[in-house]
Ligand binder design. Sequence first.
Ligand SMILES: [Cu+2]
Length: 191
Amino acid sequence: MTSRYFFAPLLPLAAAIGLASCGQGPVLAVNEAVVKLNPVESNPSALYFTIQGGPEPTTLEDVLSPSAVRVAMHETVRDPQTNVSRMEPLLRVAVPAKEDVSFGPGGKHVMLYGINLPARRLNEIDLVFVFGNGERIAVTAPIQPMGGAADDGDMGNMKMGNANRAALIGTPAPSSVPTTAMPSDAPAQTD
Ligand SMILES: [Cu+2]
């Protein structure tokens, strides 16, 4: 709220600078955001995206959504000794100046718990990315069906035993072969 008042007097100046420097210099941005929907409603879905670093280093502090019960930043970490992956919560993520930070399968990702029905029906979800420098970037991300073993990797080990996991997935798919799309709210196709 305070930022609005803080920035209001600067807007004409910012607009003038913006015109002068249009297309030049790095701008903090969130690109290619996509949600991979977990077919089991009670299980979390994964959000992937790429942050484009701005002129100054900052941090991603949080991701918010009015359409999810809970949002959490995670990193999938593989234990080199046992080769077992697990997810660890991330409090914040450094965003270096002028560098991309990727959130993707098997690495940093955001988990969305309890995505509501309107978002599922629309196949898109509103998100707000909160940065340490005070910037908030609103993004509407498409919701896509979870498309394969790579997507699944970030859900598999969280609060799900092997039995549940097997029930969800059916038979394990070879990791190199994408599984077909999971059933969703889309109407069933007839042949
Ligand atoms: Cu996770």
